[in-house]
Design a protein around this ligand. Structure first.
Ligand code: SAM
Length: 241
């Protein structure tokens, strides 16, 4: 019996109409569908999939063992997340070995800060894999904000907000344009780094791009906490036409 194929599907930033035709087809056809989520949430990628998952499909819900309880710098974080991804890969492999195709859903593009990468790393030498690229969250954000980002020879830097303030400053100083992801509790540290590098005034805050609760505003007008699904855009040079 031949083994199944693993398809990792980029689901885009939130609006199901921003999925590719290929991702929709593989999702509808797949007898097994998996996704990652917080233990207390349905999961962003699952919500995008809506009723596109076949009624008879077997579903695999991979709930993270923790979110912010253990610092990324703590060795326990890497160890426990490694065990978690080993378990996820083993569950996926069971279905592939039984000859069933598996679709793994991933918000945005799978290979940009996507959890499915860790399953891919563990399985791609054993099973046939297809990666379907997705529209990234940052594309969804700059389209929502209607803000051109990079012109000519501008350099765009994609920065995780989890970096410490000095590292944020160093990257921001180098970049013409920047995207800062993973805001959440990092917002005030990121704001300080933008202020220190003279970029706060042109920074745009975008929350839940392409979803019904989407918000876009100048960072200087944004108060209150930022949810996990938010990004700051620093457009490159203005008015290069
Ligand atoms: C683990 S990364 C996943 C990135 C995704 N694979 C991509 O291609 O964009 C999660 C981060 O993406 C950003 N994000 C994802 N969806 C978003 C959305 N609809 N609006 C704003 N930010 C979003 C947030 O910064 C969030 O912290």
């Amino acid at each position: 019996m031949s083994t199944g194929r693993l398809s990792i599907l980029g689901m885009g930033p939130g609006d199901p109409e921003l999925m590719t035709i290929k991702a929709v087809r593989l999702l509808r056809e797949s007898p097994v569908v998996g996704w990652f989520c917080r233990h207390d949430r349905p999961g962003h990628a699952r919500q995008i999939a809506g009723d596109m998952i076949g009624p008879d499909a077997t579903t695999l819900r991979f709930a993270y063992p923790f979110t912010t309880e253990i610092a990324v710098s703590d060795p326990a974080y890497l160890m426990r997340m490694g065990q978690f991804y080993d378990d996820c890969a083993a569950r996926v492999a069971t279905h592939l070995e039984a000859g069933h195709d598996v679709a793994l859903l991933c918000e945005g593009d799978p290979f940009l800060f996507g959890s499915a990468m860790y399953v891919f790393d563990r399985l791609h030498e054993r099973f046939e894999c297809t990666i379907v690229p997705g529209i990234t969250a940052m594309s969804g954000c700059w389209s929502a904000a209607q803000r051109p980002m990079v012109h000519g020879d501008d350099v765009l830097c994609v920065i995780p907000g989890t970096l410490d303030e000095e590292a944020l400053v160093a990257w921001l100083e180098k970049a013409d344009a920047a995207v800062i992801m993973k805001l959440g509790r990092n917002l005030e540290k990121v704001r300080t780094a933008l202020r220190r590098t003279g970029r706060e005034a042109r920074a745009i805050y975008v929350e839940r791009a392409s979803q019904p609760a989407q918000r876009c505003l100048k960072l200087t007008e944004m108060t209150g906490p930022a949810p996990y699904f938010s990004i700051i855009l620093v457009p490159g040079r203005e008015g290069a036409r």
